[in-house]
Design a protein around this ligand. Structure first.
Ligand code: 5GP
Length: 116
């Protein structure tokens, strides 16, 4: 069993976060250290530590990360100008929290910005 991270506590609302969306599969909340005007994390409710741990049974939840990203980008008013979706994996990818998360960043031209 993988060890829970702070993100599981955010999903269960045991610690505060600005949650923008939650359903039975995924949760989206603002990053505590935003690197752009819009910086949101979208995560599966089930703990999957890294992309290396992804299994076929996770496809529904991981697919939903994209439909929720699209919805939130529209809500944030950044859909037309554009934005970036990013998933870091392990040390070389710059992953700090071992609960898969999709970064949604936008609200300004991002240039070669990397999050990690
Ligand atoms: P990673 O480097 O693992 O891809 O990204 C982890 C992200 O989680 C970072 O952008 C970091 O700012 C964010 N983060 C870490 N701890 C918290 C927290 O307690 N609350 C929120 N909202 N974001 C967090």
């Amino acid at each position: 069993m993988a060890e829970e991270t702070i993100f599981s506590k955010i999903i269960r609302k045991e610690i505060p976060a600005e949650i923008l969306y939650q359903d039975e599969l995924v949760t989206a909340f603002r990053d505590i250290n935003p690197r752009a005007p819009s910086h949101i994390l979208i995560i599966p409710n089930q703990l999957i530590p890294t992309v290396n741990d992804v299994k076929p049974e996770h496809e529904q939840a991981l697919g939903r990360l994209f439909t929720v990203a699209k919805k939130i980008a529209q809500q944030e008013g950044i859909a037309e100008d554009g934005y970036r979706l990013l998933v870091n994996c392990n040390a070389h990818g710059g992953q700090e929290v071992y609960h898969i998360h999709m970064h949604l960043v936008g609200g300004r031209p991002l240039g070669p910005l990397l999050i990690g």
